[in-house]
Write a protein that binds this ligand. Structure first.
Ligand SMILES: Nc1nc2c(c(=O)[nH]1)N(C=O)[C@@H](CNc1ccc(C(=O)N[C@@H](CCC(=O)O)C(=O)O)cc1)CN2
Ligand SMILES: Nc1nc2c(ncn2[C@@H]2O[C@H](COP(=O)(O)OP(=O)(O)OP(=O)(O)O)[C@@H](O)[C@H]2O)c(=O)[nH]1
Ligand SMILES: [Mg+2]
Length: 456
């Protein structure tokens, strides 16, 4: 039911000088008229203009406030909205919300204001999601992507692709429905060209997604190596802070340590792990297990070796695991006499970057930062393409949609009946629609808006 009036506290509770209680729905003006007394009897309500006065519960003064009425449909939700600007303490905010509820409003669900903006057609689903990204973005680059999405750039692109597929579908259907009529029929070659163009556009979009996802969630970077090679020293050097305990006792780090840092505006989620080894210590053992699972899901691995020692069995196990993964190889303790089998290492890691470092002499930290930057730019994009995909939900839908387009291309190449092509193209169209919300289920809406904060 959309006609009921919702209310919520839309600012942090008790943390600001001023707070806002917001209502949306057809009763919101009626409700505020019962609570609010203007300071000046002569003042009149003007759309989107503050009115100054007091909130009363019967005859009890609750707070001194500024109130705005906004007339439907030119509002955030497209419904009538009232915003009460009160003092930011927890008591005035909660009291005013309570009075709104007492007079007929219902407490809003998470994200319900924005959900109404979506359901009433002011914004589409991708734009609604971008509002949450805006609030949560951790870096300038993440914020830029979100604001572009709020402006509708991604949606425009998706609609464009969908439109092209719908038009193609229409032309194909003519051939299915009226095979004997003398309408100029689309050829397999034309269908194939069209689909290939679409597949390429989807591909370009997916290329932006790696960077997009990193900017949004941070590059999950895990430092691994056998005990005592200098992993925690590296963590501290990158953070420029003595975050992790460093000692000469192997097995010092027994649990994983996670911290965020930013390299040129890109968030890095850096994880220092317990040195991976066989151990009887039960706490360290659990740490080692955790290290292994972080290792498996990392976007980037920083693999540290000790240059002053010959390779051990533990190193060999890790070398095998790191090969084939995105990784930077560090040969640490380069200030000491070198005993490591360096030619063997070079051979194992022909396509990886190897950096010689000394954590105790502060050598190589900048080279590591540059290498991380390089790893980010390499697979992603530094383009200024405004429609970046950063949301995991959108990425998955574009990938699936592209699979169907590619299936349809196969069908044209094999000259299968048009119905076969149609099935996949239709599926691709529907999947893209889930991004903008043209196709949407209530489960999907609950999932998306349920992630919002209260009052949004
Ligand atoms: N006080 C307050 N500040 C806020 C918000 C809010 O809801 N209230 N916003 C909430 O996120 C953001 C601003 N977003 C908004 C988006 C659309 C409309 C709106 O009324 N749009 C109408 C009318 C436009 C016009 O007057 O020209 C429309 O699009 O038709 C308002 C705020 C950030 N600041
Ligand atoms: N000479 C020298 N010593 C280093 C270097 N890097 C680290 N160390 C020393 O090596 C010892 C172990 O360093 P940590 O950073 O604790 O090593 P770790 O890999 O985190 O060890 P665990 O947590 O036990 O797995 C400490 O005594 C450090 O001071 C280096 O480049 N050269
Ligand atoms: Mg350590």
């Amino acid at each position: 039911m959309l006609t009921d009036t919702i209310a919520a506290i839309s600012t942090p509770i008790g943390e600001g000088a001023i707070g806002i209680v917001r209502m949306s729905g057809s009763d919101s003006f009626k409700i505020i008229d019962q609570l609010f007394r203007a300071k000046s009897e002569k003042s009149t309500w003007e759309d989107k203009k503050f009115k100054y006065g007091y909130i009363f519960d019967e005859d009890r003064l609750i707070d001194e406030v500024m109130v705005v009425k906004m007339h439907a449909p030119n509002t955030y939700t497209r419904e009538s909205i009232v915003e009460i600007n009160c003092h930011g303490g927890a008591v005035p905010l909660r009291e005013i919300l309570r009075l709104c509820l007492k007079n007929g409003a219902r407490l809003a669900d998470r994200g319900e204001f924005t959900k109404r903006a979506f359901l009433n057609g002011r914004i589409d689903l991708a734009q609604a999601e971008s509002i949450m990204d805006l609030i949560q973005s951790k870096t300038d680059r993440g914020f830029d992507i979100a604001i572009q999405q709020l402006e509708g750039n991604l949606s425009k692109k998706i609609n464009h692709i969908r439109h092209a597929l719908v038009q193609l579908m229409a032309r194909v259907e003519v051939g299915i429905d009226y095979p004997e009529e003398d309408i100029e029929e689309i050829t397999y070659q034309e269908i194939q060209n069209d689909l290939q163009r679409t597949s390429k556009i989807l591909d370009d979009l997916l290329k932006t997604s790696r960077t997009g996802k990193i900017v949004r969630e941070g590059l999950k970077t895990v430092i691994i190596g056998k005990p005592n090679v200098g992993k925690s020293s590296l963590m501290n050097a990158l953070l420029k802070d003595a975050r992790a305990i460093v000692t000469d006792i192997p097995g010092t780090t027994r649990d994983v340590i996670e911290e965020f840092l930013s390299i040129n505006g890109i968030p890095i989620k850096l994880v220092d792990t317990a040195g991976i080894r066989e151990t009887e210590d039960i706490v360290e053992k659990m740490g080692v297990e955790k290290s292994k699972s972080y290792f498996n899901t990392a976007d980037l691995i920083i693999f540290m070796l000790n240059g002053s020692e010959q390779l051990t069995e533990e190193d060999h196990v890790l070398i095998d695991k790191v090969k084939g993964r995105p990784a930077i190889i560090l040969v640490n303790k380069s200030d000491l006499e070198q005993n490591i089998e360096i030619d063997y290492i070079k051979k194992q890691f022909e396509s990886h970057q190897i950096i010689y470092t000394s954590m105790s002499k502060d050598i190589g930290v900048e080279a590591i930062e540059n290498a991380i930057q390089y790893m980010i730019d390499e697979g992603g994009t530094t383009s200024t393409q405004s429609e970046m995909v950063s949301n995991a939900r959108h990425i998955a839908l574009i990938e699936k949609s592209q699979l169907h387009v590619n299936e349809a291309i196969k069908a044209t190449i094999n000259r299968l009946p048009y119905d076969f092509i149609e099935v996949d193209v239709k599926e691709a169209i529907e999947l893209l629609g889930f991004i903008t919300g043209d196709s949407v289920s209530s489960d999907l809406m609950n999932e998306i808006f349920g992630q919002f904060c209260l009052g949004k």
